[in-house]
Every structure is written in C-alpha cells, then in structure tokens.
Ligand binder design. Sequence first.
Ligand SMILES: NC(=O)c1ccc[n+]([C@@H]2O[C@H](COP(=O)([O-])OP(=O)(O)OC[C@H]3O[C@@H](n4cnc5c(N)ncnc54)[C@H](O)[C@@H]3O)[C@@H](O)[C@H]2O)c1
Length: 396
Amino acid sequence: MQYEKVRTAVIGCGTISNIYIRNLSKLFSIIDLVALCDLNPETAKEKAALYGIPRVMTLDEIAEDPDIELAVCLTPVPGHASVIRRMLKAGKHVFSEKMLTEDLQDARELTALAAELGLQLGCAPDTSLGAGVQTARYAVDKGLIGQPTSCLISLNRDQSLLAESFRFLQQKGGALPFDMGGYYLSAMLMLLGSVEAVQAFASPALPHTPRNLYRGDSKDSFTIPGPAVMTGGLRFASGVLGSIHLNGSSANPEKPILTVYGTEGRIELGDPNTFRGPVTLVRANGQSCVLPLTHGYDGTPVLPDPTPWETVYGHRGIGAAELAWSVRKGRPARLGGSYGLHSMEILFGMTESAETGKAVSIESRVDLRPLPPGYYSAFYSIDGSSRGDAELSLAE
Ligand SMILES: NC(=O)c1ccc[n+]([C@@H]2O[C@H](COP(=O)([O-])OP(=O)(O)OC[C@H]3O[C@@H](n4cnc5c(N)ncnc54)[C@H](O)[C@@H]3O)[C@@H](O)[C@H]2O)c1
C-alpha cells in the first residue's frame, strides 16, 4: 500500500513512552516518529538517543512545525488538557494516553473543539483494539451467545499499596475506578456500545501507612483522593444491563472479570489491560472453549530483539496508528470521537450518582467500529522467519 507516512511527535517521555516510541517508530509503517518532547529536555534527549529518533523539540516548536501532523500525548493526566488544547489549536491531530483529561468539562470542550476543527482526537486504552477484545466482539457479533442481555465487570486491587511505588496514584485521578476503570469500560463499550444511564454507590479510600512490601520507599502516610470502591449498575442504550464493581481496597491478587451473558451462552474476557484475552465461550449446555484469536495485535513481541517493555505493554500504540491510518483514509478514527469522553462520563456519572443517590443520564454516545478479522500479529513462514500482516487490518 502506498500511503504517505504521518509525521508524529511524542510529548511526555516517561515510563509509558518507552513502548510507544518503540512501537510507533518500528512496528507501524504508517507512522514517521520525527520528534520527542518533554518538560525536561534531557529526558527527551536520552530517549531520542536510545531509540534513534531524529529530533528533540519544545511544545511550541512542535506547534509551529507544519510538517508534524499528529501529536501523541503521554504526560501525566493533569497535563493532558493543556497539551491537547495547544496541539489542536495548532492544527494537529492528537492521540492521548488515558484518561483524556482530569476534568469532565475539559474532556467535553476538547472533544467538541476537535470536531469543530475537523481534527481527530483519539484516546487510550487501545487494548480495546487488541486481539482479545476484538475476538470477543467478533463472537458476539456472530451471535455465538445469542442476544446479549447483561454484563458483569469486576476488578480488585490494593491501589494504596501500588501507590507507594507509583506516587502519581496518590493524587487526584489515582483512585482505582479512574486509573483502571477505563480499561474495563472501554472493552465493554467495544462489545455492547453506549451506556445511557448509571446508578452507583461509592466509598472513600482509607488512610494508608506505607509498608513498602512491593518496591517502594514511601515514608509519609497518604489517602488516595476520590472513591476507592465503586459499585453500580449500567444501562446500555441497547437495553443490556450491567453490574460494575471496582475495588481499590482489596488485598487479594487482582482478578479481572468481564463477562457478557446472552440468550444462547456467555463470553468471558481476559484482563483488558492486555491484548491477548483469553476469550472463553460457554454455551447453554455448559460446554466451553477458549476461542482462537481472530484478530492481529495479540501483544506477542514481533520486533527483533524485543525489549522488556514489549513483554509488559504489548502493542500499545495501535490506537495512534489506527488514527494515523484514519487521517490518511479520511474517516473517523475508531478510538476517536467520544471514545475518551464516554468512559469519563460514565465514571463521573457514577461518582455523582453515589453522592446524590439518583441515577445519572450519560450524554455522549460512541459508535465503535470493530477491526476486520483474519490478520495475524506474527506467523512463521516456511523459511522460519516471523512475519505479520496485522497492520492491514488498521488500514481497512
Ligand atoms: N506507567 C504506566 O504503566 C502507564 C500505563 C498506561 C498508561 N499510562 C498513562 O500514561 C501517561 C504517562 O504515564 P507515565 O507513567 O509515563 O508518567 P511519567 O511520570 O513516568 O512520565 C511523564 C513524563 O511527562 C513529562 N511531562 C509532564 N508534563 C509535560 C508537559 N506539559 N509537556 C511535556 N512533557 C511533560 C514529564 O517530565 C515526564 O517525563 C499517564 O496518562 C498515565 O495514565 C501509564
């Protein structure tokens, strides 16, 4: 396929930038990663040298460079709104890490601004484009569970223990529902479409004295702001009803549950923070099987000399690459439009419902087009070399 690459800059060169820089520069042919930017220029220089990226630029230089078409925002969440606004106003398409913004009003304003300017504003989690969630979507679309009628979403984690090491979690936005809820919601939105109303209960985090069991060296006690535990109900626009349970004050090992029940069976998804499922189909007679993945981007490292980042973070960057293909094809990006906003409206709606005791209507709607099936992250050809054709699925 002959398409001009989309010249791209990454803004924010911290932990997660490693996998983005690696995949955007090496895995996705549609992207030309031309520049890195960080508040701390030394950080950007180090990453540029490590990954062979030609330029280090300031935010203003990126804004003023007419050749750069796409900005990928990987700053911590409090910085998202100002970076996204600056880039949109400079005429750049933007893909941002989750959550889209810290405040709901900013998310609404920026989603509207992108639409008004005719620019794409995409948002993580992009694991919803991974082989696991896409295989589940394919199975649901093919009627393997009949008509979906309800769903179950559950995640438990000791968020305070984790926040000893990842200190940004000690601040606003660090509560489990906001830090992780988006992965679970976006997977379910990919399967079942928009949520139109929510009702919820919530309880705050308990004060936490660091125990440094994991690998932290925190000394001061802290309390993560916002709801530590949220439970509630979701009503999807399709009429499907959902139960959601997000518990950030749970000592047990994390156990992700994402299940859709239907008139002919149920489907169980794996951890939506990964790309590879597994996806289990259970039919009405109780027989079950793990479905073979029908889509590419299953998180398997495919580049030569894989780094540890690929083992942990898989094919992150697929959302930005799909957005780049969408720019070239002149169509809406799959994770653009209201995708980032909708999960936020659900989580903020649940918070409001817990405070008021009333159900809350969700304003925005999503229309999440699946990726086409039949592509592979990697397969081994007759001569033993590894090849994959998954990028063709992003171009369709
Ligand atoms: N770390 C993870 O495991 C992980 C996983 C998934 C998503 N995320 C998301 O990725 C984003 C970044 O996370 P991280 O862990 O890489 O953070 P980090 O703190 O490791 O790095 C953030 C970097 O952004 C830079 N920065 C901050 N404000 C900036 C600005 N205005 N302009 C340019 N650079 C700026 C900082 O100097 C820093 O180098 C967050 O939105 C987070 O929710 C992180």
